[in-house]
Ligand binder design. Structure first.
Ligand code: ADE
Ligand code: ZN
Length: 343
């Protein structure tokens, strides 16, 4: 763990009604559930105990993380497993006052192992349905293409995704960034856009500002995942200030994957001061040991992000979400009421 864990999350952060826009569903697979599912599905893991798992969660970089993350997904083998995973994550959301969550998933990781693509969508969707009924949480799925597998595989995945567009909030691009700019996926994202679905892409996480430009110019992203390296390019800063493209920043992920060596070096404060459209998210809370609350707490303690800025970040996230106008209005009101009544 590269950011010091502080045990007490402030009352303000705890009670603030929140929105999460950047979370990979398998990134919420907690070590206990990983071991339980491995036993249930008779999968051999290189870990004997919880400590072994936690010790393995030290990552040199994004590539090393993605390898371990994909290995962990071997324990998920049915719609029921996806349901269990989704409900556990959304229960955590409920406990952290998260009103709305948009989660990434992919199918190729499973179809390549001979499992049916439908199990991913059916399980996650059923989990959202249960938790909407039980807790009123809204949200949904954003399927991604795995960029280091290349454009041909993405085009194959799209043949499946395109039959289910009404089940998705958007389509995304994730996994190893460097060497795989968005431009490689221009054709497939043109087809995505033609269906009316929004497009999001990880960009400027490990990759230089050029990767962000490519996401903007080559696939016309509606939202940028991470984007923290934008500060290296003044023209890009200016563009992001003017366009107000939302950036789903994941502070603890960035520190765990050595984009910044310590939370105090994270640039979120500068991004906010520049008026960029920043949101705060957890990315892979199980691997990085931090859900949304803990991410907010970390940037407050180490980067000086104020309560007022957290309110702004939350309004940004509501507007940047793919929920409908009425739900957005409802969520803005909840945040306004919280701000008015907080003592
Ligand atoms: N998949 C899961 N977490 C990711 C991250 N931080 N960057 C790219 N792809 C991911
Ligand atoms: Zn991510």
């Amino acid at each position: 763990m590269l950011f010091s864990k502080l045990s007490i999350v402030s009352k303000f952060i705890k009670n603030l009604p929140k929105v999460e826009l950047h979370m990979h569903i398998e990134g919420s697979l907690m070590p206990e559930m990983l071991l339980d599912l491995a036993e249930k599905n008779k999968v051999e893991l290189p870990y004997q105990s919880l400590d072994d798992v936690l010790n393995a969660y030290q990552f040199k970089d994004l590539g090393a993380f993605v390898d371990l993350y994909i290995q962990g997904t071997e324990v998920i083998q049915s719609a029921e497993d996806f349901y269990t995973l989704t409900v556990a994550y959304l229960k955590k959301c409920q406990s952290q006052n998260i009103m709305h969550a948009e989660v990434f998933c992919d199918i190729r990781t499973y179809t390549d192992r001979g499992l049916p693509a439908e199990m991913v969508l059916d399980g996650i969707e059923a989990g959202f349905k249960t938790c909407h009924q039980d807790f009123g949480i809204t949200g949904g799925m954003i399927p991604t293409f795995i960029r280091h597998l290349g454009a041909e595989k993405a085009a194959e995945d799209w043949q499946f995704y395109r039959q289910h567009t009404e089940r998705f909030l958007a389509v995304g691009l994730a996994a190893v960034e460097v060497g795989y700019p968005a431009s490689l996926f221009a054709e497939v994202f043109k087809e995505v856009k033609a269906t009316g679905l929004p497009v999001v892409a990880h960009a400027g996480e490990e990759g230089s500002p050029e990767y962000i430009w490519s996401a903007i110019n080559d696939i016309q992203v509606d939202r940028i995942d991470h984007g923290v390296r934008c500060l290296e390019d003044p023209k890009l800063i200016q563009y992001l200030q003017q366009s107000q493209i939302p950036l789903t920043v994941c502070p603890c992920s960035n520190v765990s994957l050595h984009v910044f060596e310590h939370m105090s070096q994270h640039v979120i404060s500068q991004m906010l001061d520049l008026g960029l459209n920043v949101t705060i998210n957890s990315d892979d809370p199980a691997h990085f040991g931090a859900y949304l609350e803990e991410n907010m707490q970390q940037v407050q303690v180490h980067c000086g992000v104020s309560n007022d800025q957290l309110i702004r970040v939350t309004h940004n996230a509501i507007d940047a979400s793919f929920s409908n106008v009425d739900r957005k209005k409802e969520m803005h009101i909840l945040v306004d009421e919280f701000e008015l009544n907080f003592e």
